[in-house]
Design a binder for this molecule. Structure first.
Ligand SMILES: [Cu+2]
Length: 330
């Protein structure tokens, strides 16, 4: 299990409070919890006590008839719960409004949910699989899904919202503590649902801008093969393709470059630069034998320079020894 799931950054009972709304959500939660616990113990405790105390015993005498009602008692047990429920209602409404009213100057990040990962698109076009945000600045997420309903949940921020195909849902928060916190999908969305984990990285002042600058200039600051490795990790390839010879939804990329590939229908091609480029842009054009044509096209989603970097990365994996899962390859 990842260290941030078990690490020191945990509160007692609830996760650490890392956003501006977290204390208010927790206070309300604790109020409702302890009121419920108190009345549960009071009612169940009295019930058990009366069952034992007034059980039928030898020498049982028929009790005198009970009064049909008691106005004072009835008003008391109606007004006290009414007041408590109204407190919960008004308090809840106030917190609800805070949770749903982003400040006007919020920094906006687009979120895409898809089976089974999150993609975060920053205003400058950079796409990442982890969410990075500056500390102490309101951030507004505009979220949508490519396939089924997902739910974006950051326990440390106490925010959660459904991410729905064909429409935008919004959510905002202001992170108050620098650190790394888990992000979950909280809506069962298929086999890979439990893998739909990522993190939100809260940067110290200035750190966010530095990170965005470096991450966006990946291709200019790193050697192509290294940039390709990053792209392989951040653009979803790793979800389906291993680089160590093990199997997956797609063929392993280990030992692919420069080797012959058997296609569906029996044809053979050599995996050169053009074949790899075509596989990324038009996955349906040549489907590898033994695999389903489920790879999404990256046309319009990867720049030429990025594809070149990916090819450079695949070249570094062109080893001679083949793993057991290198189906359709000789
Ligand atoms: Cu999901």
């Amino acid at each position: 299990m990842k260290s941030w799931l078990l690490g020191a950054e945990r509160g007692f009972m609830l996760p650490v409070q890392a956003s501006s709304v977290a204390p208010a959500v927790d206070a309300l939660f604790k109020f409702i919890f302890w009121v419920s616990a108190f009345f549960f113990l009071l009612i169940v405790g009295l019930m058990l006590f009366f069952v034992v105390r007034f059980r039928r015993r030898p020498g049982y005498q028929k009790p005198t008839e009970a009064p049909s009602h008691n106005t004072f008692l009835e008003i008391t047990w109606s007004v006290i719960p009414l007041v408590l429920v109204m407190i919960m209602g008004f308090w809840g409404f106030k917190v609800f409004l805070d949770l749903n009213t982003p400040p006007a100057n919020a920094y906006e990040v687009q979120v895409t949910g898809q089976k089974w990962k999150w993609l975060f698109t920053y205003p400058n076009g950079h796409v990442d699989e982890t969410l990075h945000v500056p500390v102490d600045q309101p951030v507004r997420l505009v979220m949508t899904s490519e396939d089924v309903i997902h739910s974006f949940f950051v326990p440390a921020f106490r925010v959660k919202r459904d991410v729905v195909p064909g429409r935008y849902t919004k959510l905002w928060f202001r992170a108050t503590k620098v650190g790394t916190y888990p992000v979950f999908c909280a809506e069962y969305c298929g086999t890979g649902h439990s893998d739909m984990l990522t993190t939100v990285e809260v940067h110290e002042p200035g750190g966010f801008e530095r990170w965005l600058e470096a991450a966006s200039n990946l291709l200019n600051t790193l050697p192509p093969a290294e940039a390709g490795r990053r792209l392989y990790q951040t653009r979803g390839c790793a979800q389906c393709h291993s680089v160590d010879g093990t199997g997956g939804i797609g063929p392993t990329l280990k030992g692919l470059y420069g080797h012959p590939v058997v296609l569906r229908g029996g044809n053979r091609v050599t995996a050169d630069e053009n074949y790899i480029r075509e596989s990324i842009l038009e996955p349906m054009a040549k489907v590898v034998a033994g695999f389903d044509p489920v790879m999404p096209t990256y046309k319009g989603r990867l720049k030429d320079q990025e594809i070149t970097a990916l090819v450079a990365f695949l070249k570094t994996l062109a080893s001679e020894d083949k793993g057991p899962a290198e189906q359709g390859r000789e």
